[in-house]
Design a binder for this molecule. Structure first.
Ligand code: SAH
Ligand code: SF4
Ligand code: F3S
Length: 468
């Protein structure tokens, strides 16, 4: 039986897209291969958000060349965000002309036809030459480049091979209109488009019926969801409907842009002292929010085109904690954005003290070709940026550990995900608020929700024991 192998880089959107790619391939009769070396079709779904993502891809391509040399009949396909950039496709054409197929983020649904055209074993159809980005037809990738500049519509009804049975990603929208000045995503994912509420709900219902307990609603900025079903449907309204689907016990979402975080959404987090939903609070909405701040200096935020100030962000945090004092708040930071001074950085450190995040991702600023910030003249010295990065991560980690220690002794409902990385006989799972807990256990299966007492707090995870 023919087989496929797929490597996914980047964010949850890409992971979800890879589930669709795998679903399409399985519908065509391919089975999942254990390793790249054995597969007939090899797919790399790429990310372009920072330079090291690009570098990882070109590193992997070197390895796949060896597979292709050993088995020339294998089809190597590369797709995803990097392929939406002309300079990347050009580089592949010039230096990696042996690649069989290049496609973008807007036409995954055409995979069977594209693969057939590239020499895969599917029924041959006409290669989509017209959809090329200009690099098609020249050099080593003749007829193999299928990249579209934009998306016409969201294609519904595609198959998916889901990564888990008990939890699932559900896209509610694609694209981004925000154009933060450092970010490549709006260029590679195109304009914002929301799925119809009924399409989202049908997917959630089908998932629930097949045993899914937790859904993560995905969008680059879920707060600007604008569904339409006879009338416009907002994100809080969609959440309410998803929360009510029988069988769904946990609802999460990602990502929220602070500029669009509404009072209506905050109200959905309302919970009483015992943790039960109160007021307009939703029973299954997980008490956690990823609210990327990027920087604490309002001057830097303006240059990032984030369209909120430090003060406005702090007010949001206050409101979220008023709705639910226990809400887990996590964030993203970019360190060393062009023009960031020591004073600006001090504002970020001050914001960290005020918010006291449960966890945070910190990224060194990475210039992305074609974005406004890459052309700013005042790029920050690398050594200075690294020094700030280290100071910041050290403080963020201290705070995480301090906060985590307070949870020792508590009993939490943990959704079991599978074997833990911490050793034989250990299981890993997540609390309702999304905290990672490792605990010894048998007779417990992935997807079970069990009571676990927290016995130990680390910076990024917890140790626990099953409560009989
Ligand atoms: N849509 C989400 C973010 C998607 S990208 C949002 O707006 O919140 C995930 C994170 O990558 C961003 O939050 C940002 O912190 C980081 N990031 C994006 N572009 C970057 C760049 N050029 N350099 C460094 N970090 C970047
Ligand atoms: Fe990038 Fe900003 Fe869009 Fe997030 S909101 S994907 S950071 S442009
Ligand atoms: Fe990367 Fe594309 Fe996601 S650039 S972060 S995979 S939307």
């Amino acid at each position: 039986m023919a087989s496929y192998w797929i490597e996914t880089m980047g964010c949850q959107m890409n992971e979800r897209d890879s589930e669709t790619i795998a679903g399409l391939l399985e519908r065509e009769g391919y089975a999942r291969a254990a390793a790249a070396d054995a597969a007939d079709v090899l797919v790399v779904n790429t990310c372009s958000v920072r330079e090291n993502a690009d570098n990882r891809f070109f590193g992997l391509l070197g390895h796949l060349k060896a597979v292709k040399d050993a088995r020339p009949e294998a089809v190597v396909a590369v797709c995803g965000c990097m392929m939406q950039q002309a300079h990347i496709v050009e580089r592949i054409r010039e230096k990696h002309g042996w690649v069989d197929l290049v496609f973008g983020t807007h036409n995954i649904h055409e995979l069977p036809e594209m693969l057939a055209a590239a020499g895969g074993r599917m029924p041959p159809l006409h290669p989509n030459e017209a959809a090329g980005d200009g690099a098609a037809g020249r050099g080593g990738l003749r007829g193999k480049v299928h990249v579209r500049a934009a998306r016409e519509a969201i294609v519904e009804g595609l198959p998916a091979r889901r990564a888990y049975g008990f939890k699932a990603y559900v896209n509610i929208m694609v694209g981004c209109n925000n154009f933060c000045s450092y970010c490549i995503v709006p260029y590679v994912r195109g304009r914002e488009m929301s799925r119809e509420p009924e399409a989202v709900l049908d997917e959630v219902r089908a998932l629930a019926e097949s045993g899914t307990k937790e859904v993560m609603l995905l969008g680059q900025n879920v707060n600007s969801y604008a569904g339409f079903s006879g009338r416009s449907v907002s994100f809080p309204e969609l959440l309410r409907a998803v929360d009510a689907v029988p069988g769904i016990e946990r609802v999460r979402f990602m990502t929220s842009h602070p500029k669009d975080l509404s009072e209506d959404l905050i109200a959905l987090f309302e919970r009483g002292a015992g943790g039960a939903a109160r007021g307009r609070g939703l029973a299954h909405l997980c008490p956690s929010i990823h609210l990327p701040v990027q920087a604490g200096s309002s001057r830097v935020l303006a240059r990032m085109n984030r369209r909120y100030t430090k003060e406005a962000y702090l007010r949001l945090v206050e409101k979220l904690r008023a709705a639910n004092p226990e809400i887990v708040i996590t964030t993203d930071f970019i360190v060393g954005f062009p023009g960031e001074t020591e004073d600006d950085f001090a504002e970020t450190m001050d914001l960290i003290e005020r918010v006291r995040y449960d966890a945070a991702f910190t990224f060194l600023y990475s210039p992305r070709e074609g974005t406004p910030a890459a052309a700013y003249p005042d790029q920050v010295d690398e050594a200075a940026a690294h020094a700030r990065f280290d100071r910041m991560v050290a403080r963020l980690n201290e705070i995480s550990l301090e906060k985590n220690r307070r949870l020792v002794g508590r009993v939490e409902q943990v959704l079991v995900e599978g074997p833990a990385r911490t050793g034989e006989g250990m299981l890993a799972g997540r609390t309702f608020s999304g905290r990672l807990v490792n605990f010894p256990g048998e007779k417990v299966a992935p997807g079970d929700i069990v009571a676990v007492r927290i016995t130990d707090a680390k910076t990024f995870s917890f140790g626990g024991e099953l409560v009989e």
